[in-house]
Design a protein around this ligand. Structure first.
Ligand SMILES: [Zn+2]
Length: 350
């Protein structure tokens, strides 16, 4: 992506467990696989934590649902591929609009090579799609969270126990699921203990986004708001009542590198306003204004604006509105529609 760093935003999210939470370790146990929480060695003891990759996955799928509700058919599905994987357990393209952005770019690359072969009658070089084209044509979720073709803009660190928070875990009854009947496997005695993180534990994670457009900051603010309202569950067993959390943030810091000409303190400028040339599919009016003024500071080359309380409320409201407006006017680029493409069907679909 961009070699420059124009803006960045960071905040710390505190996640409070409101009930038992299980993010599985993946280590097989005697009864049932991986029914213990992930742990890492930290501060001299083994501590439970919430992996950033798991949180990112949960946030991503939450926002996919919201975007599909706002405007159907514009978000790709990471699990829909153009070709089945070696175990044939990927969904293979029931509908081209759903194919993952990563696979679509791969197809485009192949098509471009094929065209060159015909036109020039010689074996072509690998046709690299420009970073700009990949960003511009990615779906709204991949533009923020990334795909196999694009690294994404957001980083979510592992969430460790907050300072002063005690590590609490407990055993719960779990019932093994019979792999053949799908029912409870009581006959074979596969009742096992589930170890979970208890209610009342605080974790902290740092969230960072760079070179963002204002609507992308809106996605993060929407996720924060839904976490504050307890609407997002994390980890395993969500359908069985596990994973209730509530989260909060106390401040958001938005930084710019170097002076930004013409920007007032109450304005948040996204990538589009900072670039000012409509490249990367951005728009020069990529900014929002908060009614309450954030705290402004300079450190070295960075201009730092910190939003708390009322200015933070304004920031959430303005960026979430920008997100909704952006999604409602989103169009899939012609280059990503593949109307004439015939996909190979996986054995699973025949
Ligand atoms: Zn996508």
């Amino acid at each position: 992506m961009l070699k420059q760093l124009l803006n960045e935003c960071r905040f710390t999210l505190t996640i409070h467990t409101e009930g038992p939470v299980l993010i599985k370790s993946g280590h097989p146990m005697v009864f049932g696989p991986d029914m213990t929480p992930v742990r890492t060695y930290r501060n001299g003891t083994m501590e439970v934590y919430l992996p950033g990759s798991s949180l990112k996955g949960v946030f991503r799928s939450h926002i996919e649902k919201i975007i599909r509700t706002l405007k159907d058919g514009i978000v790709c599905n990471l699990f829909v591929r153009t070709e089945p994987d070696s175990e044939n357990n990927q969904l293979v393209c029931p509908n081209y609009t759903e194919v993952s952005c990563g696979d679509k770019f791969e197809v485009r690359q192949k098509e471009a090579i094929a065209v060159r072969k015909v036109q020039w009658r010689r074996y072509p070089q690998k046709e690299d799609l420009s970073n700009e084209a990949v960003y511009l044509d990615s779906c709204p979720v991949c533009r923020l969270f990334g795909s196999t073709s694009f690294i994404g803009r957001v980083a979510i660190s592992d969430a460790y126990l907050a300072k002063g928070s005690q590590q609490k875990t407990e055993q719960r009854d779990g019932v093994g699921i019979d792999r053949f009947t799908g029912g409870a496997a009581t006959a074979s005695g596969a009742k096992f203990d589930l170890q979970v993180v208890s209610s009342g534990v605080d974790f902290e994670t740092d969230i960072y986004i760079r070179n963002f457009e204002v609507w992308q900051l809106g996605i993060l603010m929407l996720i924060v708001t839904d976490l504050e309202d307890g609407l997002i569950r994390i980890g395993s067993g969500r359908s069985r009542g596990l994973g209730n959390v509530k989260a909060k943030i106390s401040e958001v810091s938005v930084n710019y590198i170097g002076a930004v000409n013409g920007q007032s303190t109450n304005e948040v400028w996204g990538l589009g306003s900072l670039l000012g040339d409509d490249s990367y599919g951005t728009r020069a009016n990529d900014k929002v204004t908060t009614q309450h003024t954030p705290i402004e500071d300079t450190r070295g080359y960075r201009k730092i604006t910190t939003f708390r309380d009322n200015s933070l409320k304004d920031l959430k409201k303005a960026t979430i509105e920008a997100f909704v407006a952006k999604i409602q006017s989103w169009e899939i680029p012609e280059t990503m529609q593949f109307k004439n493409l015939v996909f190979r069907r996986g054995r699973g679909n025949e």
